[in-house]
Design a protein. Structure first.
Ligand SMILES: CCCCCCCCCC(=O)SCCNC(=O)CCNC(=O)[C@H](O)C(C)(C)COP(=O)(O)OP(=O)(O)OC[C@H]1O[C@@H](n2cnc3c(N)ncnc32)[C@H](O)[C@@H]1OP(=O)(O)O
Length: 201
């Protein structure tokens, strides 16, 4: 798999949509605002209900090309004593940013994720996450997200900007560990191999 070199995609530019990028358009079949989105994979660290140590995030469709979710932080999420680990917070934001792609009905993976940590987050906090798509250019999906402490209007603790790239289902079946790919195909008999990972809201 070849991709752009560092000189092709300077750090700041990668998250700035080109002038010819378009406004995102909510897919006509996107789940109605308020609908809870199902997990795309039950072992996903971000949203999988069967992941023993995962974040168990449940994203909810918003108006437009956007979602929200809540993350109840726990002791297992510590970095510094009593404070959430930055990687855990980035994972949560990556999950809701990824869920936004389903409002476009696009299957896409994270190409770049940039996080700004503005406030320390205690591990007994509930983080209110929101993410929305800002632009689309061919296979590239540009999005932004926030995490606020305690309520959707609470103090802004973390924000993120991201670039996702749309991929074919073969991305997962080709690159995924064979035993996990086979397990998904076994668990969903009758679903064609290239559909077996589809998000199922
Ligand atoms: C079923 C649903 C599943 C949903 C899962 C969501 C899980 C949560 C989100 C994740 O955690 S995903 C996991 C973490 N991410 C990855 O593992 C992705 C690893 N990276 C890759 O596999 C490849 O780099 C990638 C597929 C993203 C791109 O490879 P390609 O070979 O397809 O890229 P290509 O070189 O064709 O570039 C595609 C487009 O992106 C552009 N591009 C790529 N990197 C860029 C960059 N850094 N800046 C700007 N543009 C960039 C590139 O110029 C091009 O634009 P155009 O289509 O307009 O020509």
């Amino acid at each position: 798999m070849s991709g752009p070199t560092a000189s092709d995609a300077p750090a700041g530019a990668a998250l700035t949509p080109p002038p010819e990028a378009e406004e995102p358009v909510r897919h006509p079949d996107a789940p109605a605002p308020g609908t809870l989105l199902g997990s795309h994979y039950d072992q996903c660290f971000g949203c999988g209900p069967r992941h023993p140590h995962g974040l168990h995030l449940v994203s909810r469709a918003s108006d437009g090309v956007a979602v929200t979710a809540e993350l109840r932080l726990q002791g297992d999420h510590q970095g510094a004593p009593g404070l959430a680990h930055g990687g855990v917070l980035a994972s949560a934001l990556d999950e809701v940013l990824g869920a936004v792609n389903w409002m476009l009905r696009a299957v896409a993976v994270t190409r770049r994720l940039e996080t700004d940590y503005l406030l320390p987050v205690p591990v007994d906090a509930v983080l209110h996450l929101s993410a929305r798509c800002t632009a689309v250019h061919r296979r590239k999906i540009y999005s932004t997200a926030e995490a606020r402490i305690g309520s959707p209007q609470g103090p802004l603790a973390v924000r993120a900007d991201a670039l996702y790239v749309e991929v074919p289902m073969a991305h997962f079946t080709t690159h995924g560990r064979a035993e996990d790919v086979e397990a998904v195909l076994r668990d969903r008999p009758g679903i064609a191999a290239d559909r077996a990972f589809e998000v199922n809201p």
